[in-house]
Structures are given as structure tokens and as C-alpha cells.
Design a protein. Sequence first.
Length: 116
Amino acid sequence: VQLQASGGGLVQAGGSLRLSCLASGRIFSINVMGWYRQAPGKERELVATITTGGRTNYADSVKGRFTISRDNAKNTVYLQMNSLKPEDTAVYYCVADKIITSSRSWGQGTLVTVSS
């Protein structure tokens, strides 16, 4: 599975961005897609995930501000980020999990910078 993330950029605090991640290649049997992020000097952390059936999970730090969605027909997962804060600054990575093979694929990351 290849994952191509896009949509990062520079935004002021309080602003919004929408990240997209297109999956290609051996995309059959992908069960869960989602986003992780890694801020400078910090460990990579979960942001949000979504199953094929639309069940979502969010980190407490983004609940109420971020929304993950998925278009299975387009093999794309989105992350709508509203009310952005400087602490949301990070490289955001798209992931795709296949339960049947216990495998995870990572995208290349897209940088989100929130200025105060």
C-alpha cells in the first residue's frame, strides 16, 4: 500500500486545514485508516482513526476540533482540522492497517505549522 498525504501548510492559530491521504497499490483488505503526528522533540502520537464502517477514534487533545472522514470509493481519508493551536504543529502521517496481515503502512508525512 502506498499512501500520499497532502494539505499541510502554515496557518494562524484559530484557522483550519484539511489533510487528505490517497491510498494506492494493494489496497484491498485495508480496515483502518488514520493519522498520527510528530511534533519536534516529541514522540509520534495518534491523532484519529476511522474504520471501513465509519467508526472513529480521536486523541483527547483534538476531540471537538478535528474530524476524520473516509471515502472508500476514492480510497481516501481526510482530516478536517479546525480551531488549530500552536501545539498542533507537527508532521502528520497517514496510516493504513490491514488486520488480515497485521500490517501497517505509513505515508510520507505532511507538515502543519500553526503560528500564534
